[in-house]
Design a protein around this ligand. Sequence first.
Ligand code: 3DU
Length: 213
Amino acid sequence: MQKKNRIILALDVTSRADAMRVVEAVKGYVDAIKINWPLVLATGPDIIREMSRIKDVICDFKIADIPNTNKLIVEQAMSRGASAVICHGFTGDDSVKACVDAAKGQVFVVTEMSHPGGKQFTAPVADKLAALAKSAGARGIVAPATRPERIAALRKIIGALEIISPGVGAQGGKASDAIRAGADYIIVGRAIYDAPDPGGAAKALADEVKEGL
Ligand code: 3DU
């Protein structure tokens, strides 16, 4: 994945037409497309292949099962052209390792989630989840733009691993704060795809990212 604008588009729309419209408008301003269940369930899994022809695709299936099931899910995503996947870490090191093996290392592990409820169960164990991501050989972690101080703290645990950071815009986080705190990429959904002018919104975010560098 090219590290140019440091923006990953969270393409949580529920039709192929909307997906194409948004991607065409913003493809010059984002480095990757994150696909989650809403789009796959609405359009079918071949949307992964289709989007991968335009940009690198990260499959955010929040994979959280036993090692064998995790492996099967990751294989399905990678065989359709995904460049990376996102898994949960609370399932334990064997389950995360199964994802890492099946994705040849291209795995991001969720740590502290960005929404208010993320403080309830994920925040207290986030440091351990970050350490697990590192020891399992993952590519990086998912850390909250809504709490930039936590991005900085988790960075100390993972060293050179990558941080991708959701929570900018609709959830209240600021792009420049997340980047300044140490995120490699911000993840943005509604603030781009719900904007009247998604291309303009993505460009404004790309400009704000530069402020944080
Ligand atoms: O709030 P937005 O519309 O910008 O979307 C954020 C995306 O990132 C969305 O796909 C969501 O599933 C994902 N995500 C979080 O929001 C928070 C996390 O801790 C992990 C992933």
